[in-house]
Design a protein around this ligand. Structure first.
Ligand code: SF4
Ligand code: ZN
Length: 347
């Protein structure tokens, strides 16, 4: 989060952490969370592909900036963060966090990778979590091909009976949307294996679904997210997080946005998915709309009703209760766009 206080590890790496309260759809209650934003040593696939992957992800570039500073835009080899820096980051973030129910560790890549996070750092976090007086869940992120038995063994041996949750950025169950449009390069079988592996070991699962891939109409984007969420719920995924397209500053998407060729999703589309999730009892949470650097545009409606609908979505994030104000004239425009798009697809 852009406005979160930053700290420097002894080796110079920038990191941050914050506490908040969010509704957990799998537990059906609000939980107090500690979110740790610690720089990893570089997302493997992003480095290997020289950033030609995961079109909306700014995390590896932000992580490189946090560790190496300005002027390294062409650097695509892993950088180093000392294990002692991780120890410091973990310990400082936990200093005033005895009240949290859950700990979320984000490293700008995959936690289950020696290349990205040293084993000593992983193990220190597991030990601190195991000894925490209250926290009963630790969530880390990983690409599905890195969800290996050795990594789960290491974690579960140290944390004992406490819960581990693995978050995977699948984004779409549709192979074309996921791999051709969003460039995730995730095989369906690899993903299914990772979910099965977690479930067979009692590890909880969390999957990101993307709304608003470029080139999809509003209705197609809605349908892709709807189908993905529905399929993930059928698989027994514990929590599904909706990530919504935004316009980062600079680059192709801003240029498309400026000439009217692409816009982030309507807030009414997000509201519809929240209502769908409630109707089907899907464990859906809507992710935050902020990013760093701040986006040029995020999900919006007509401008007049945006603040009210955004506030309703925020209330849903915190309480799980959603009551969108349904009285703006732009709903007709949205519904018309939606229906005409559906007609085009059906034709
Ligand atoms: S989405 Fe995940 S795998 Fe893709 S570039 Fe971002 S951190 Fe790396
Ligand atoms: Zn409106």
């Amino acid at each position: 989060m852009a406005d979160t206080p930053h700290h420097f590890a002894p080796g110079g790496a920038l990191y941050s952490f914050f506490k908040d309260t969010r509704y957990a759809p799998d537990l059906k209650r609000p939980v107090r969370r500690l979110t740790q934003l610690f720089p990893g040593q570089g997302c493997g696939i992003w480095l290997d592909r020289k950033s030609d992957c995961c079109v909306f992800c700014r995390l590896p570039a932000g992580t490189r900036l946090a560790v190496m500073g300005e002027g390294h835009e062409d650097h695509f080899d892993n950088w180093e963060v000392a294990p002692t820096d991780y120890t410091e980051m973990i310990d400082v973030s936990l200093r005033d966090a005895d009240d949290v129910d859950s700990i979320l560790c984000f490293n700008g890549g995959s936690f289950f990778s020696d290349r990205e996070v040293p084993a000593a750092a992983r193990q220190h976090l597991y030990r601190r979590y195991a000894a925490h007086p209250k926290a009963s869940e630790l969530m880390v992120e990983a690409r599905p091909e890195l969800v290996k038995d050795t990594m789960l063994d290491e974690a579960q041996e140290i944390i004992g009976g406490k819960n581990l949750k693995v978050a995977i950025g699948l984004e779409s169950m549709d192979d074309r949307v996921r791999n051709e449009v969003l460039k995730k390069f995730i095989g369906k079988q690899s993903f299914l294996r990772s979910i099965e592996k977690c479930q067979s070991r009692g590890v909880k699962t969390f999957v990101y679904v993307f709304l608003g891939a470029p080139g999809l109409t509003e209705a197609e984007a809605y349908r892709d997210a709807y189908d993905s969420i529905s399929a993930l719920a059928d698989l027994g995924v514990d929590e599904i997080a909706l990530s919504c397209a935004f316009i980062p500053p600079g680059g192709r998407l801003e240029e498309m946005y400026n000439r009217g060729a692409f816009r982030p999703p309507w807030l009414w589309t997000i509201a519809q998915l929240i209502e769908d999730a409630a109707a089907h009892q899907w464990p859906l949470a809507v992710g935050g709309f902020d990013d760093f650097p701040p986006p040029v545009a995020i999900s919006h409606n007509c401008g007049t009703c945006d603040d009210d609908v955004l506030a309703a979505i925020e209330t849903h994030r915190q309480t799980g209760v959603f009551s969108a104000p349904m009285n703006c004239g732009c709903q007709d425009e949205w519904a018309h766009l939606f229906e005409s798009n559906i007609a085009v697809r059906a034709g």
